[in-house]
Design a protein around this ligand. Sequence first.
Ligand code: EPU
Length: 421
Amino acid sequence: MEKLIIRGGRPLKGQVTVNGSKNASLPMMAAALLTDELCVLEGVPILRDIATMSRILRNLGMKINQEGSRIVVEPNGYQGIDAPYRLVSTMRASFCVLGPLLAKHGKAKVSLPGGCVIGPRPVDLHLKGLKALGSSIKIEAGYVFARARELRGTTIYLGGAFGSSVLGTANVMMAATLAKGRTVIENAACEPELVDLAHVLIKMGAKIQGHGTPVITMEGVKQLHGFTHRVIPDRIEAGTFLVTGAITGSELTVSGARPEHMGAVLDKLREAGVEVVVREGSITVKPRRRLKPVDVTTLPYPGFPTDMQAQMMSLLAQTPGISVITEKIYPDRYMHVAELGRMGAQIKLEGASAIVQGVPRLSGAPVMASDLRASAALVLAALSARGFTEVSRIYHLDRGYDRIDEKLTALGTDIERTKME
Ligand code: EPU
């Protein structure tokens, strides 16, 4: 296991280039299961989660060739239908092989992913959608057994207690590509990653309309083809670097980001007193001396993303005044609060809200990462804290940020990756 040692308080400067989106790449890799032809994805980030999806696809009989950020997926002469617990339990996104397997082979056996540190994360909406398309669903010994002689299009309402589901919509959308007739998905997720997936499916020959809106309409086709596609830039990685600039009081430019995917984050940064300059192909933050507290509520897209909540909390924890953060996606996604507390943050949890009493400056401490975005929040807090912070269990960070320590070093951070004793 490795840890990061960060000396806080250094001003940063420069430009960082954002990678392709992890959360767009993962369902697109699963989409390759829908065809017998070659599928090429470009701009895929080099991450543990991508390697996990490659292992799942190999296990299902696919050949994966990865050269840098280019991944080629093609059938390897053998077709499996089984995604085992040992792989699915390490990454929930693997559950989105269920829809493609069912559509292509009429059957699938996929492990239930179970909960994780950010909350219970059920899959009822995925299963409701696949059932509505005509699949039988049986849950036995921790596995979902899905079977359908033929999937048939229908109208499916896909909303739950916390709104739409990103991967639930992806699963149902992928299954409906090969269903007979018309499928209408109501309360579909509108996240840019899902729109990008729709673009891939359309390249494959699927008939889809309304992607990016809450009502997606599809006409099933008999067969899908291979594709070549460049993944959209990672809006969460981009947002994390913008907060890096804000929290260190440094002018930073994030290149390759798509500002049209980041409206809510840019708006909150501006409200907090950060000057945000959007240019063709880049976003620059120029923080003012004194930032202002802001209230943040996470919501499905185009609302403020839950995947930026922890990073924003680190910024607000060092912004004098009271900010209130409310989680409307994962009410328990607050594992970072106690760790930020170890650095001197004053944060009180009340139900799904965090009352953040900003302090002028945090102080470095040994802290432990609990999940991907919580790890990013701890790194950000460390960048501006007084003294040294040791962030352990950074394998969480490596699941979602490609060489973040190298990128931060290039911006001027004093950061070292070492083995834990
Ligand atoms: N939900 C249900 N039933 C379902 C599915 C979801 O009640 O069947 C609930 C969830 O418990 C949650 C809400 O609906 O309260 C939204 O969950 P969603 O299904 O949209 O999450 P997801 O698709 O499993 C993706 C991202 C997450 C991101 C969420 C929300 C990927 C691989 N993962 O998860 O990303 O937080 O959408 O935007 O795309 C991350 O990158 O750190 C990460 C956790």
